[in-house]
Ligand binder design. Structure first.
Ligand code: FE2
Ligand code: FE2
Length: 273
């Protein structure tokens, strides 16, 4: 299985564009799955630059309903006609609230995308996307050190309610050696997600790439997460991206020098079978 990062906050250079967002294409013998779309038409530019064809995509999976993961979908739909797998709560009217400042961070309505030809398959449960590729489905908050960003709220019946981003899902690649996880933003916490994957699929997680949301997390959460990752003997690849931020990526590189990979726009990872 081959992972090609099409959108990320940084790039490997050349004429590739970077933006705050994430999109990863997973190519296997059996399928081509697009996980997230970044926030703009950046994905189209980068796909062309990397000679990646967006027309014969079999499935699109959306990690959650934040603009930096779904904003590129309206552009992708001009090329790809594929079912879109997501959690039903992706269309929440959601904001980041800092003091009195509200910033819209949600996405367009379902009907907006349907007018562009989108066909959604919603589920809260783990879903098979194609051979050896699954979604995590809904991930419970279980650890005592991971919490969803305190600044997130959503609007419901005129009220603003804390948004725990229940729609946050990750992609699970079932490899011979173990599980490889692609996070969107990991708003539910990377340790919660890793534990959920290991319990659901009854195999160990051997690696991950994607947004960890450790950048904005508390010092306590960062420290406890690193501590827990150190106990995971099977974990061989740590590929923090996107909302991990550069400072936390460097901290992880210091802690795990033999496991770290830098996953930017243009990075291609061959995971074998
Ligand atoms: Fe994000
Ligand atoms: Fe997010």
């Amino acid at each position: 299985m081959k992972l090609i990062t099409l959108v990320e906050n940084t790039s490997t250079g050349g004429t590739l564009k970077a933006e705050h967002g994430l999109s990863v294409l997973i190519e296997s013998e059996n399928s081509r799955v697009l996980f997230d779309t970044g926030q703009s038409d950046c994905i189209i530019h980068n796909a062309k630059t990397l000679n990646v064809n967006l027309q014969n995509i079999d499935k699109i999976v959306l990690s959650h309903g934040h603009y930096d993961h779904v904003g590129g979908l309206k552009y992708v739909l001009q090329y790809a006609k594929a079912p879109i797998i997501a959690h039903p709560e992706i269309f929440r009217k959601r904001y980041s609230k800092k003091g009195d400042k509200l910033r819209y961070i949600g996405i367009e309505d379902k009907s907006f995308f349907e007018h562009l030809g989108a066909y959604f398959e919603f589920s809260t449960k783990p879903q098979q996307v194609s051979k050896n590729i699954y979604t995590t489905g809904f991930v419970e908050l279980k650890t005592d050190f991971e919490e969803v960003d305190k600044d997130f709220v959503f609007e419901s019946n005129g009220q603003r309610i804390k948004d725990d981003v229940p729609d946050d899902l990750s992609l699970v690649l079932d490899l011979k050696e173990g599980l490889f996880v692609v996070f969107g933003c990991a708003h539910r916490g990377i340790i919660n997600i890793i534990n959920h994957c290991e319990n659901t699929f009854n195999k160990k997680v051997i690696g991950f790439i994607g947004g960890t949301h450790l950048g904005p997390a508390s010092k306590f959460q960062k420290e406890k997460t690193v501590e827990t990752l150190k106990t995971m003997q099977q974990l061989k690849i740590i590929g923090p991206s996107h909302c991990t931020g550069i400072a936390m990526t460097c901290a992880l590189a210091n802690e795990f020098p033999d496991k770290i990979i830098y996953n930017n726009v243009g990075t291609v990872i061959d995971l074998g079978d």
